[in-house]
Design a protein around this ligand. Structure first.
Ligand code: NOJ
Length: 573
């Protein structure tokens, strides 16, 4: 979990744009960019909509549902990887970066999607996987077939093992997904060979980002998709590409998972070389006449490290995944928001606020728990539903961009009873089935009130089974209900696009009772979130623009609820 060591755990009461900013690292361009307060909608392609009725989502399915996304009121779609992939890690194991997996469609479908999105005024942000490729990528296959020390092996991290016959891994490093971060190879003659480094699954060998051919290939990949009209990239696990040539043991215990947000400095994560690569990509992005957006999945151990990624010539924004990890608690939220925002202010940059993703447990399920959302989650409660809506009101108030993972706008919950033979996430298998993994948030969307897969496919079963109760939260059901979560999101997003100034950076925490957060933006607007155990009384000089649940009394925000308030205008105004 990211911490602001400079604050020594104290809570900043307000955040203001510092008057003096470090000169050369700061973005001084004043023109507004399309992404400044944009809301992104994350599409996990395999689970969004299936046009060819094979039980798997595809690009044509997404095209058919673009009007739904537009009507939601977002500005852009971030789409999970569509590259050719054996799907060992949901498409984050790429066999060919310059084509589309037949599961999802063709390059023609991609063009169709980009054109149709642009016609509707939606931007398209693609996911760029760069830390690793698939073990089936031709580069890795030719590295395996090439001798030790060959130029092909230099594209990856191959090392000799330790101990007798090299039978022990080169060091004690751990994978983020569980187990050792080294996998042994077999020589073409069948004898055991060198080991290769895989920070994630063994089917995802890490690429060597000091190798010029790797760098050049990714320049080509960026241009390939930018040329087709892609408006930006979400950079997958990007802090992982920074690695030093230092292979000492880190003192990991055999059962440790590597956690980049809590472990101290390690040579294989967030080493300074990552910034040269980001500068190079930003230069490529700047070759284009319209602004291309680079938003990073940056997981680092402290706010100073985070701020480095937001320098003027690197990323425009990072996703606030740390906000997805915290429990429902006023101080935890306030502190995390202040910490993340301070990283942005140092660079005059913008956070992309999010509470969810295809890697996180669903918000309503997380907030239905009393403590941290670990293990198999208990059932969803009304409290969890209210808190999730309230959390989104807060996240959507913050200056910067925001991102909503598909299905959050329906209040979908984490599915915890997927039959074992359907589970796919490598985390489940690599942790010896100790961690259920991420399949539970990736269950295909329910579009209709009935049908084999509730309108996800036309007649096929969905690749992950949907729970029975999802007919009641389907898109069709919620469109018919003015108090539904979907209608709530639509109203909030419509309001958001009109009430905040595009270039406004500062916000303040107004004084408030313990457990209540009151975030002010400008003289007339406040977002109140009630984390406390008591109802919160609104003053008579304010009115609610929108609230997480209907206010039981016009001037009271109930426990677990939130509202956007505006100063009442006097009759003479
Ligand atoms: C982060 C992605 O969001 C996740 O789904 C994936 O498994 C890892 N990176 C590895 O690419």
């Amino acid at each position: 979990m990211i911490v602001d060591e400079r604050e020594h755990g104290q809570i900043l009461e307000s955040i203001h744009l510092p008057t003096l900013l470090a000169s050369s690292d700061v973005d001084t361009e004043t023109s507004l960019r399309w992404w400044h307060k944009a809301v992104l909608y994350e599409v996990f392609l395999r689970s969004f909509a299936d046009a060819n009725d094979d039980g798997e989502g595809d690009i044509a399915g997404l095209v058919s549902r673009l009007p739904y996304i537009k009507d939601l009121g977002v500005d852009a779609v971030w789409i999970s990887p569509w590259y050719v992939s054996p799907m060992r890690d949901g498409g984050y194991d790429v066999k060919n970066f310059l084509d589309v997996d037949p599961l999802f469609g063709t390059l023609e479908d991609v063009q169709n999607l980009i054109d149709a999105s642009h016609e509707l005024g939606l931007r398209v942000v693609l996911d760029l996987v760069s830390n690793h490729c698939s073990s089936q990528h031709p580069w890795f296959q030719s590295a395996l077939a090439s001798p030790e020390g060959s130029k092909e092996r230099e594209w990856f991290y191959f090392k000799d093992g330790r101990g007798e016959g090299g039978n022990e891994p080169p060091n004690d490093w751990k994978s983020i997904f569980g187990g050792p971060a080294w996998t042994r190879t077999q020589n073409p003659d069948g004898t055991p060979g060198q080991w290769y480094f895989n920070l994630f699954d063994s089917s995802q060998p890490d690429l060597n980002w000091k190798n010029e051919e790797v760098l050049k290939h990714f320049d080509e990949i960026l241009r390939f998709w930018f040329d087709r009209g892609v408006d930006g990239f979400r950079l997958d696990a990007v802090s992982a590409i920074g690695k030093d040539d230092d292979y000492r043991d880190m003192g990991f215990a055999p059962d440790d998972l590597y956690r980049p947000d809590i472990w101290g400095p390690v040579p294989f994560f967030d080493a300074d070389g990552v910034h040269d690569v980001l500068r190079r990509w930003r230069r490529v992005a700047r070759e284009y006449p319209t602004e291309k957006f680079l938003v990073g999945e940056v997981v680092v151990r402290d706010v100073d490290r985070l701020a480095r990624y937001l320098r003027r010539d690197e990323l425009q924004s990072t996703l606030s995944f740390d906000l997805c990890k915290i429990v429902w608690d006023a101080n935890a939220f306030r502190q995390m928001i202040n910490t993340l925002q301070s990283a942005c202010f140092e660079r005059r940059s913008w956070m992309t606020w999010t509470l969810s993703s295809h890697d996180e447990k669903r918000t309503v399920s997380r907030y239905s728990q009393d403590g941290p959302a670990e293990g198999v989650l208990a059932d969803v409660t009304q409290t969890g539903r209210e808190r999730a809506r309230s959390g989104y009101l807060l996240a959507l108030t913050l200056p910067g961009s925001a991102c909503i993972f598909q299905g959050e706008e329906l209040g979908l919950w984490e599915v915890t009873d997927i039959p074992e033979d359907k589970l796919q996430d490598p985390i489940y298998f690599r942790t010896g089935k100790q961690e259920l993994g991420r399949d539970g948030c990736r269950v295909p969307l329910p579009w209709e009130k009935e049908g084999t897969s509730l309108g996800f496919s036309s007649s096929h079963e969905a690749w992950l089974p949907q729970p029975r109760g999802w007919a009641d939260v389907s898109v069709a059901t919620q469109l018919d209900d003015t108090s539904s979560t979907l209608r709530f999101f639509r109203s909030v997003l419509a309001l958001r696009s009109t009430i905040f100034n595009d270039d406004e950076w500062a916000f303040t925490w107004d004084p408030s009772p313990t457990g209540v957060l009151v975030l002010r933006r400008g003289p007339d607007f406040r977002c109140v979130v009630n984390f406390s155990g008591e109802p919160f009384q609104i003053g008579p000089d304010e009115e609610a623009l929108v609230s997480s649940s209907p206010l039981t009394h016009e001037l009271v925000i109930d426990v677990n609820n939130a509202a956007w308030l505006r100063a009442r205008r006097s009759a003479t105004n």
